[in-house]
Structures are given as structure tokens and as C-alpha cells.
Design a protein around this ligand. Structure first.
Ligand SMILES: Cc1ncc(COP(=O)(O)O)c(C=O)c1O
Length: 439
């Protein structure tokens, strides 16, 4: 017993177990069909190497950028998307994003160097605890960089680093009550007016905007709510001249690509308890559903709800541009993981020749992605535990494969793995694989 009161503990567990699971059911067969159309091309590239690799998909990247731009661009507001470099910093991706008219959102001196190298003209630099050398680099390139200040102290630091006559454009990052315990980034919304006044001491810092980012918004509500809360705050706490000073409102990223992936039943809180109990008592698990799918809003749906909220809560009080910092919704389809079957231990247990170091963490024990056998393809999944080749038990790729069968050396692809994988790859046990381009 962990709680002081056993019946309270039992009630709590029962209450959770009885909660209805409202997750989205379905399959991602459309992705399989689309990937199989590229089978010949992928096989030709894979013939060049026996190693696993990232397959860079230029067409899909451009299609994702265009989809985002056209969905948001429909609304007649001055706006600018900044691609979040952290989601995938592969230089070709940055170059294409810039060529397609995006700015770049960077979070370190290293990312800032990359953005400068690929000639980005519009760069946003945000992040907590920026170092002196990072701030100096931003100041040096201030014609292209807007700095998103993270704290009162950082305001002073930037002011102290600016030389005589030097000016830099800046915003202030805030967090709202909606951010829960995420107080690591920026200042509390409640302190915004005080910050705005404090910044007046430093005319060399041209404070022009407000940034607010929230991750993994599987629905539109967080954006709408943040816009409502911010509008209400500005109306109460900002004077007319302070409001006139706001040139941009940056709503960050957090847009989740729809119907690309899912999760296993044990990622639901109820499922997690059941899995733990079954493992503890050494019982076999037989979940009703194989997996659930992330059916999130499309770019158009995100855009529609965001601009609806802006029209209602911000447009009447501020004349500002709107910035967005999409990461995963742009990069997810830009890379696929390609590997081979290294060892068939039994029909339900195979080792692939790539390890989770390729993606940085053991994501695939909880999250589901379609895995496709390109040598023996099928439009139905077979149940097969696919492990990676690292000497680590959690190194795992999936429970199901679209395959007729699994034999040694079969070519395997996990499509749409461009977000937070290549960027997180670890130099751990095995080397980080190379990138090949799909043409
Ligand atoms: C400040 C900021 N902007 C944008 C992003 C991109 O988020 P996403 O990839 O979910 O769109 C992040 C990611 O955490 C972030 O921290």
C-alpha cells in the first residue's frame, strides 16, 4: 500500500480503470500504399549500401511546407513562419525551408551559425540560459536576428553587451497558466507589463513582440485559449502606446502532423496500469486494440481556429504581425528510416540492422509507426517483434510489420521519421547512419 488509506488507493485505481478510452482507432494503410509506390527508387538507393540510412525526401518536405504556408496564408494577416531548426537541422532541409520563404527559429549558437550559413534572412533566436557568446553572435547579426528574451536578467545582459549605437530587435517569451509546470521558458504572463516597462530603460533593445510556445498541441484549443488569455491581459494591463509598440505576436510551434503515427494501448494511463500489473504477476496481455492513431487537426484546421481567435481577441486591440514556429509538422515527412533484417530468431522475433541510436531514444516501445517490408510487402500487418541491433533491451522498432514474411536481409522502411530523430541521434554503440537523398 502506498497511500495512507488503502480504500482511497483502491478507489483511485478503480476510478482510473473505469475511465472510457476515447482514442482514435484505425490503420495507417494510406501511408503504406504511398510508400510502396516508391519501392523501386528506394531499393535502388538501398542497393548502394549494406548499412541503415536516413532517406531524405525533398518532395515530401516541400509539400509539407507548402501545405502549412497555404493553410495559414489564406488569412489576410501579415504573418511569417519560422521553421524550428531543432526538429531537424539537416542543412538541406534548412536551405529548402529558406528557399520556400520560411524564416528559421533557432535555439542555440550552433543553430544560429547554421541559419546564417544557409543565408536565412529572417531568424528568431529563443531559448533559456543563452550564453554570452550566443548573445554576441545574435547581436553581431542583428540585421537578420530577432532575439526572444527569456528573463529579466537576460534583458540586462543583452543591454550590457550592446555597443554604443547598436540596436537589436527583440521579443519577450511568456508562459501562461495553461503551461502548467512549464515555467522554465520565459516569464509569467503576470509579469509581462512589468517587463515591458523595465525594457524602456534600454532603448537600444527594440522590444517589439511577445512569444508564447506550447508543445504537442494535439487539438486547437491550447492556441485559442492562449490567444484569449493574452488578449484579455493586454486589454487590461497595456496602455494605448504600449499596445502600439507590439509589432509581432509569435505563437510558436506545437502543430502535430495528422495520421502519421499512433501509440500502443499501454500509453493510455489505464493501459499502463494493466501492463504493469500483468508484468508484475507474469500474466500474458491481450489488449483489445493493437494501437491507436493520432488524428490531430490538419494545417487548415489549426489555421482556421487560430485566426478565428485572433480576430476575436487580438485584432481589436493590437495591429501586429503573427509569427509561427512550426517544427515537426514540416520535418516529419522529410526523412524515412531504411534498414534491413539482420537476424531472424523466430517467425515472431527479428533483429534489424539499425539501432535506436539512429533516433536518439526508445520511442518505439510506446509509440506506433507503420513499418513496411519492401522485399516482401503486404497490405496487412503481421505480428513480429522487431528489435534494433544495440546491446540494449529497450532498443526496439515495432510490434507489427506490413509484410508477407520476414527473412534475412529484407529491406525495411519506417516512413515519416524526420522530426526529432535525426536531430537526436546518438553516437552510442553504433555510428550515426548517413543520409541518402530520394530523387
Ligand atoms: C520555442 C519553440 N518553438 C518551436 C518549437 C517547435 O515545436 P514543434 O516541433 O512541436 O512544432 C519548439 C519545440 O519544442 C520550441 O521550443
Amino acid at each position: 500500500m502506498l497511500l495512507k488509506n488503502q480504500s482511497a488507493q483502491e478507489k483511485l485505481i478503480w476510478k482510473l480503470l473505469k475511465q472510457k478510452v476515447t482514442a482514435e482507432r484505425g490503420s495507417l494503410l494510406a501511408i503504406v500504399r504511398q510508400t510502396l509506390k516508391l519501392k523501386k527508387k528506394i531499393k535502388a538507393i538501398a542497393a548502394k549500401t549494406s548499412e541503415p540510412f536516413y532517406l531524405f525526401d525533398v518532395k515530401s518536405l516541400i509539400a509539407s511546407i507548402k501545405d502549412f504556408q497555404s493553410s495559414f496564408g489564406k488569412y489576410k494577416f501579415d504573418q511569417q513562419p519560422y521553421y524550428a531548426v531543432k526538429s531537424n537541422h539537416y542543412p538541406e532541409i534548412l536551405k529548402i525551408a529558406v528557399r520556400q520563404g520560411m524564416g528559421l527559429d533557432v535555439s542555440s549558437g550552433r543553430e544560429l551559425e547554421m541559419a546564417l550559413d544557409c543565408k536565412a534572412k529572417k531568424i528568431i533566436f529563443s531559448g533559456p540560459g543563452k550564453s554570452e557568446s550566443e548573445l554576441k553572435l545574435a547581436i553581431k547579426n542583428r540585421a537578420r536576428v530577432i532575439i526572444q528574451i527569456d528573463s529579466f536578467r537576460e534583458l540586462e545582459k543583452i543591454a550590457a553587451l550592446l555597443g554604443r549605437g547598436e540596436k537589436i530587435r527583440a521579443g519577450i517569451r511568456i508562459y501562461t497558466p495553461l503551461h502548467g509546470s512549464w515555467s522554465k521558458f520565459g516569464i509569467a504572463l503576470d509579469d509581462l507589463a512589468r517587463f515591458w516597462q523595465a525594457a524602456k530603460k534600454y532603448p537600444q533593445i527594440e522590444l517589439q513582440g511577445i512569444q508564447c510556445h506550447m508543445s504537442l498541441n494535439l487539438e486547437v484549443q491550447p492556441y485559442q485559449e492562449i490567444i484569449r488569455i493574452l488578449g484579455k491581459y493586454l486589454k487590461i494591463h497595456f496602455s494605448k502606446s504600449d499596445l502600439a509598440q507590439i509589432k509581432f505576436i509569435d505563437l510558436g510551434g506545437g502543430f502535430y502532423p495528422t495520421a502519421l503515427d499512433g501509440y500502443y494501448p499501454w500509453a493510455e494511463p489505464q493501459g499502463e496500469i494493466i501492463k504493469l500489473a500483468a508484468e508484475y504477476f507474469d500474466k500474458r496481455l491481450d489488449f483489445f486494440d493493437k494501437y491507436f492513431i493520432f488524428k490531430t487537426p490538419t494545417s487548415s484546421q489549426y489555421a482556421e481556429s487560430i485566426f478565428q481567435a485572433i480576430n476575436l481577441h487580438l485584432k481589436p486591440i493590437v495591429k501586429s504581425s503573427y509569427f509561427f514556429e512550426p517544427g515537426r509538422i514540416i520535418s516529419a515527412k522529410s526523412m524515412h528510416l531504411v534498414m534491413r533484417v539482420a537476424d531472424v530468431k523466430s517467425s515472431g522475433n527479428v533483429i534489424l540492422n539499425a539501432g535506436n541510436n539512429m533516433v536518439g531514444w526508445e520511442y518505439y516501445t510506446t509509440y506506433y509507426f507503420p513499418v513496411i517490408n519492401l522485399t516482401h510487402p503486404a497490405l496487412k500487418e503481421i505480428e513480429v517483434a522487431m528489435y534494433g541491433n544495440l546491446c540494449m533491451p529497450e532498443d526496439f522498432w515495432g510490434h507489427y510489420c506490413y509484410a508477407q514474411k520476414m527473412t534475412e536481409n529484407d529491406l525495411i522502411i519506417i516512413p515519416n521519421q524526420g522530426a526529432y530523430t535525426y536531430a537526436w541521434a546518438q553516437d552510442f554503440i553504433k555510428p550515426i547512419p548517413k543520409v541518402y537523398k530520394l530523387i
